[in-house]
Design a binder for this molecule. Structure first.
Ligand SMILES: Cc1ncc(C[n+]2csc(CCOP(=O)(O)OP(=O)(O)O)c2C)c(N)n1
Ligand code: SF4
Length: 292
C-alpha cells in the first residue's frame, strides 16, 4: 500500500470533495507503478488546471466518452513493449461511466483488456452543474429533474452498473464507499492484481451537488450503507463472495434522506411520505437480495 501523497494536496476540489478522496484511496490501493486515465469531469478539471497537476503517477485525460478505449490502448501498448507489472486504471464519474462512456467501457471489458475501472459515483453530472445521470437515485432533485409542484424529483431508479459489467464476464466486480477507506483500498489492490478487466463502483457523496456540510461526506456515505441503499459486496467469477453486513446498525432511509438538500422536498410536499416509502422499499430489496 503506497502513501496518500500520490495525489498531491492543493487541487481545486471543494472542501470535503468525494472525487479527491476516491482518487487518493484508489492510488493507495494501486501503488505507484500505474498509469491513470481520467475522462472529463470534476476529478480531471480540479486536479489538472494547466500547467499544474496533482498526479504523482503518469496520468492522461481522455474524452468524456472514451476512457475505456484509451485505457485499452495503453494496456495494449504496454504489452507490445513487453512491459509487465504496470497497472492501467481508469477513474471516471458516473456520467462518464454509466452514460456517455458506456460504449467504450463495454468494448474494453468485452475484449478482456487487463485494466481496472473505478467509477466514482456522485450520482449526477457535477462538473457542469448537477444534471441528472443514470446513477441519480429515485426522488433526488437535480437541475434537470427539479422537484416542484408537479415533480418529486428524479422519476427513475438508479441504473445497476455492476450488473452490466458482470454481464461482460468480468472476473472481479466490487462496490465500495468513501465511508470505508480500508475496504476501498483493499478492493482496488485486489482488482489490480487480478488478470483481466476488473471494476470497482465507489459511492461518493458530493457536498455541493447533494447539499450537505463539507464536513459530512463520510457520515453521509456511511448512512447510505447502513440503510441498505448502497450494499457493499464483491463478485468473483460471477459469484457473490463477500458482503458487508449491516446487522444491528440498520437505519431507516429517512435518516439518510434528511441529511441532504436534494431530498428536502420529500419531507415538505404532499405525498412525500409515499415517495419515501418507495425509497425504503429499494433499501429493503437490497437487504433481502444481499442478506445484509
Ligand atoms: C461528449 C461530452 N459531453 C458533455 C461534456 C460536458 N461535460 C464535461 S464534464 C461533465 C460532467 C461530468 O459528470 P460525471 O462524469 O458524472 O463526473 P463528475 O463531474 O460528477 O465527477 C459534462 C457533462 C463533455 N465534455 N463532452
Ligand atoms: S462539485 Fe462535488 S465532485 Fe465536484 S469538486 Fe465539488 S465536491 Fe468534488
Amino acid at each position: 500500500m503506497k502513501s496518500i501523497s500520490l495525489l498531491a494536496p492543493g487541487h481545486r476540489g471543494c472542501a470535503g470533495c468525494c472525487d479527491a478522496m476516491a482518487a487518493k484511496f484508489t492510488l493507495m490501493g494501486a501503488g505507484e507503478d500505474c498509469i491513470v486515465v481520467s475522462p472529463t469531469g470534476c476529478l480531471e478539471v480540479m486536479t489538472t488546471p494547466y500547467p499544474e497537476t496533482s498526479w504523482d503517477v503518469p496520468w492522461i485525460h481522455s474524452l468524456f466518452e472514451n476512457a475505456g478505449a484509451v485505457a485499452s490502448g495503453i494496456e495494449a501498448g504496454l504489452k507490445a513493449l513487453g512491459k509487465q507489472g504496470t497497472k492501467v486504471i481508469a477513474m471516471g464519474g458516473d456520467g462518464a461511466t454509466m452514460d456517455i462512456g458506456l460504449q467504450a467501457l463495454s468494448g474494453a471489458f468485452e475484449r478482456g483488456h487487463n485494466i481496472t475501472y473505478v467509477c466514482i459515483d456522485n450520482e449526477a453530472y457535477m462538473n457542469t452543474g448537477v444534471q441528472r445521470s443514470a446513477a441519480t437515485p429515485y426522488g433526488a432533485s437535480t437541475t434537470t429533474s427539479p422537484a416542484g409542484k408537479v415533480s418529486f424529483g428524479n422519476p427513475r431508479p438508479k441504473k445497476n452498473m455492476p450488473a452490466i459489467i458482470l454481464a461482460h464476464g468480468s472476473p472481479y466486480v466490487a462496490t465500495t464507499s468513501l465511508a470505508y477507506p480500508k475496504d476501498m483500498i483493499a478492493k482496488v489492490k485486489k482488482a489490480t492484481e487480478i488478470e483481466g478487466p476488473t471494476y470497482i463502483h465507489c459511492h461518493a457523496p458530493c457536498t455541493t451537488g447533494w447539499g450537505f456540510d463539507t464536513s459530512k461526506t463520510v457520515e453521509v456515505a456511511r448512512m447510505a450503507v447502513q440503510t441498505g441503499l448502497w450494499p457493499l459486496y464483491e463478485v468473483e467469477d460471477g459469484k457473490v463472495t463477500k458482503v458487508r453486513k449491516i446487522g444491528n446498525n440498520k437505519k431507516p432511509v429517512e435518516e439518510y434522506l434528511k441529511m441532504q438538500r436534494r431530498f428536502k422536498h420529500l419531507f415538505t410536499m404532499e405525498g412525500g411520505a409515499e415517495e419515501i416509502a418507495k425509497i425504503q422499499a429499494i433499501a429493503d430489496k437490497n437487504i433481502e437480495e444481499f442478506g445484509l
